[in-house]
Design a protein around this ligand. Structure first.
Ligand SMILES: *Cc1c(COP(=O)(O)O)cnc(C)c1O
Length: 363
């Protein structure tokens, strides 16, 4: 039976968008390919509130994260982490011999501007990475506050992992001074997985010019230069099928209206948070609870795997906690094209199982 996805990626993809993926192809060196990629880039600039260039990547978002870190760090990266995806940046730095330091906060807590300031005052760093929305803990970091802090360090390249927030929450890239803002297709954008994109500033490109070994496939400078020279094309064969879907999805997003889309995400988040506080409790500090995914403390010690088995019969799936938070927490995603009605259906199905489902580990 088909299960509606309430997991933080991949999300539900609308039927019309899936159909776009099956359109007949054309060559990636054709005029049509240039036109398509130019159109998408223009639309993404609107979605991201930026005049910076856009890079399209036939990879999931982690590819661009690794590319950003490796291409643009000449000196040393300061990596701020409040969960598993923050730690991923650090793992990437180590594996690429990018010099980096990890600054961590306890799971459930956010990264604050003050913490960033303290680290940058040492003048050791030329690149900073921030996870905007930490999908593993359900924390949405205060990006505006962090951006304000970073304004005091104009030489530092500001990289943001916006994989699980861009498209569901307003991220005014230029206003915030973000140099590289990365997202994946399969979260708030509402597409199948396997594609990602980022904005990249002149400052980030200039930083990359000072880095000798930037790899090949994710050399962001090379991607940019190739794109400029070859009318929005890329050096490697891209997934045009994803691009058909992305182009059409961006039209749908604009038709919904960005403000309406962001408001819908807010309403869904409030709905799930209200339920979570009533039935369980929120894992993150409430003030920083995410607008796109809610991480719920398993205060009744229910069996999450069992809960999902029950939900599957009703046609739904949610997420267990991530990594060391497994069974201690569970997560409900409310992102992409999901509606308030979808959330209501899910929550009543969970409520039903809480009463009848035999999902309590300890009776
Ligand atoms: C999902 C996710 C990623 C990983 O993205 P992929 O597209 O799977 O590479 C990175 N960061 C955050 C915050 C995520 O939610």
């Amino acid at each position: 039976m088909r299960k509606k996805l309430f997991i933080p990626g991949p999300v539900e993809v609308r039927e019309e968008v899936l159909k776009e993926m099956s359109k007949p192809l054309f060559g990636h060196r054709s005029k049509e390919a240039s036109h398509l990629q130019r159109e998408i880039s223009n639309k993404l600039q609107r979605l991201m509130y930026t005049n910076n260039g856009i890079l399209l990547s036939t990879s999931s978002g982690s590819g661009l994260m690794e590319g950003a870190l490796r291409s643009c760090t000449a000196k040393r990266a300061a990596i701020f982490s409040c969960g598993a995806f923050g730690e991923r940046w650090y793992e990437m730095a180590l594996a690429n011999q990018v010099r980096a330091d990890l600054f961590e906060v306890e799971y459930g807590k956010p990264i604050r501007g003050e913490m960033v300031k303290k680290a940058l005052d040492s003048a050791r760093y030329d690149l900073v990475t921030i996870t905007h929305n930490e999908t593993s803990t359900g924390v949405m970091n205060p990006l505006a506050e962090i951006a304000d802090t970073l304004r005091e360090y104009p030489e530092v390249v500001f990289c943001v992992d916006a994989v699980s927030s861009l498209g569901g929450v307003k991220i005014p890239v230029d206003e915030l001074g973000i140099d590289i803002c990365i997202t994946s297709s399969q979260k708030c954008i509402g597409l199948p997985p396997g594609f990602s994109f980022c904005s990249i500033s002149e400052k980030a490109l200039e930083a990359a010019r000072g880095v000798k070994y930037r790899g090949v496939y994710f050399d962001l400078l090379k991607l940019h230069e190739y794109k400029m020279k070859k009318d929005f094309q890329y050096p490697f064969t891209p997934s045009l099928s994803h691009m058909f879907a992305l182009d059409s999805q961006l039209d749908s997003i604009m038709a919904e209206g960005l403000d309406n889309r962001f408001r819908r995400h807010k309403v869904m988040a409030e709905q799930v948070q209200r339920w979570a506080k009533d039935k369980f409790s929120l894992f993150p500090e409430e003030q920083f609870a995410s607008t796109t995914v809610t991480c719920i403390s398993n205060t009744h010690n229910i069996n999450i795997a069992e809960l999902n088995r029950g939900l599957a019969e009703a046609g739904f799936v949610i997420s267990n906690g991530y990594g060391k938070l497994k069974e201690k927490t569970f997560r409900i995603a409310h992102m992409g094209d999901m509606t308030v009605e979808d959330i209501e259906e899910l929550l009543s199905a969970i409520d039903h199982l809480l009463i009848t489902g035999g999902i309590y580990t300890h009776a």
